[in-house]
Design a protein around this ligand. Structure first.
Ligand code: ZN
Length: 455
């Protein structure tokens, strides 16, 4: 009996050690490959240089989709197709704002929020009122707000360590500010850019109108300070606002999908995703060109190294994360209709910076399985695998019971450039980018090999 126990123990230990070292070797091979590859980096350069401002419905968004489609085809992915869907969209042609002092106009650097309506051609000129919260607008009430341009100027809380939470400390003004101001009769809204630098770049973003739509724009933090100072000197200050934008009730657009089939369970899909769209004012290097080229690189890694995935690996370049989040909804609906077995979905949409970890939104038992892999990825920069929010595009798969994951990077610089013209290709470092592709490929390799608990 004792003899048998010893043999079993030996066998178990041997298998575990052997298995682990095999995984370590595969993961090492993945990183040997990615750290010598510039494919994803070159793809990103193309997206930023040839298709900047690739907002849903724009010509640039189609250039970007076609470029990545061509890439997957050249890679000889088993299946490459466009998943078509219909959605409204919006386009900004021009934003101009200025302070009027006597006969002088002092220009403020501004970018309209999506989907702001247009002003009349020559703009609106109204008194401006500075506020610091949504509640302040409600307290001031109709008599103080009606007919004025409301200027939301509460800065972000820079003392918070994680910049996604810094962003969260002020983004309510951008998302809800125009809606609340409109309810009290405001003629327009200007919002201090939600970012972590004091600079001259406006950071746009989506705003959530209800019934009444009024023109609205983000101004740079430097310009917000200039405007605030001008209001202090003249409480009757007037501001001029011009927005030239178009709203389209329905257009046809696409998510781009590329698969490499699994050898044993080809009808189960492990999704690796980013979003191909970016704001109209931005090359979208970190948000989210980086996530797209990394997700695409996972397919290249599996093919080049012959990793023999059991399940199919599906790269999705989602359209429209930024404006209406229609691509994520469209894929979830398509999945439901076709009864597609989405086994797991991993999204990269937190910038292509140095890897930090993965977040998981799944059952406790699957979280335990996935978090075990942190040790294997620690040498490559994965310091945590923890529960948390994952990705906007894959979110609609949650009600279908799909385990979700988000790839997380060092967040310190992300809100410097988010949704602005500052988010350029040169801000992305090739090694940081490549480490992301490697870690995403490695965790997908492990999840595919050992499986999750399925109900
Ligand atoms: Zn994004």
């Amino acid at each position: 009996m004792r003899h048998i126990t010893i043999v079993i123990l030996f066998t178990l230990t041997f298998n575990f050690t052997y298995g682990q070292s095999q995984d370590e070797i595969v993961i090492r091979n993945i990183f040997d490959n990615v750290l010598l590859s510039d494919v994803a980096y070159n793809n990103l350069e193309y997206l930023c240089e040839k298709a900047p401002g690739r907002l849903l419905g724009s010509e640039e968004s189609i250039i970007a989709i076609n470029f990545m489609k061509n890439y997957f085809e050249k890679l000889s992915a088993d299946s490459v197709f466009l998943q078509e869907f219909k959605t409204p969209t919006w386009r900004c042609n021009n934003t101009q704002t200025s302070i009027l002092i006597g006969d002088n106009e002092i220009e403020l650097r501004a970018d309209a929020l999506g989907p702001s309506p247009s002003t009349p051609k020559h703009g609106i000129i109204d008194n401006v009122i500075e506020v610091h919260s949504l509640d302040e607008v409600k307290t001031l009430g109709y008599e103080n707000i009606a007919g004025k341009i409301v200027f939301y100027n509460r800065p972000v809380d820079m003392t918070i360590v994680n910049t996604f939470r810094v962003y969260g400390s002020a983004v309510d003004q951008r998302y809800y500010g125009p809606r609340v101001a409109a309810e009290y009769g405001a003629s327009g809204v200007l919002v201090r850019s939600v970012g972590t630098r004091v600079d001259t770049f406006p950071h746009t973003g989506s705003t959530g109108f209800k019934d009444i739509k009024i023109p609205c724009a983000a101004i740079s933090t430097v310009d917000a300070n200039i405007l605030s100072d001008a209001i202090k000197r003249d409480s009757n200050l007037k501001v001029k606002m011009i927005v030239d934008a178009e709203y389209f009730e329905e257009i046809t657009t696409f998510n781009l999908i590329a698969d490499i089939y699994g050898s044993e369970l080809p009808d189960e899909y492990i999704i690796v995703a980013g979003h191909i769209d970016s704001w109209y004012n931005s090359p979208g290097a970190h948000d989210d060109g980086a996530g797209c080229v990394q997700a695409a690189d996972v397919l290249r890694i599996f093919k080049e190294l012959g990793l023999n995935n059991k399940r199919s690996i599906r790269a999705i370049m989602y359209m429209d994360e930024e404006l209406f989040q229609s691509g994520g909804i469209a894929y979830a609906e398509y999945s439901e209709k076709l009864k597609i077995k989405n086994y797991l979905a991993l999204e990269a949409d937190a910038g292509g910076f140095t890897p930090e970890g993965f977040t998981v939104d799944a059952s406790d038992s699957n979280f335990v399985i996935i978090s075990e892999y942190q040790k294997l990825l620690e040498p490559y920069g994965i310091n945590y695998i923890k529960k948390g929010g994952t990705g906007v595009d894959i979110g609609p798969l949650k009600p279908l019971g799909v385990p979700l994951m988000g790839y997380r990077t060092d967040p310190q610089r992300y809100m410097d450039l988010h949704h602005s013209a500052y988010d350029t290709f040169d801000k992305v470092h090739i090694r940081e980018l490549q480490l992301g592709s490697g870690n995403m490929a490695a965790i997908i390799y492990l999840i595919d090999k050992y499986g999750l608990e399925t109900k």
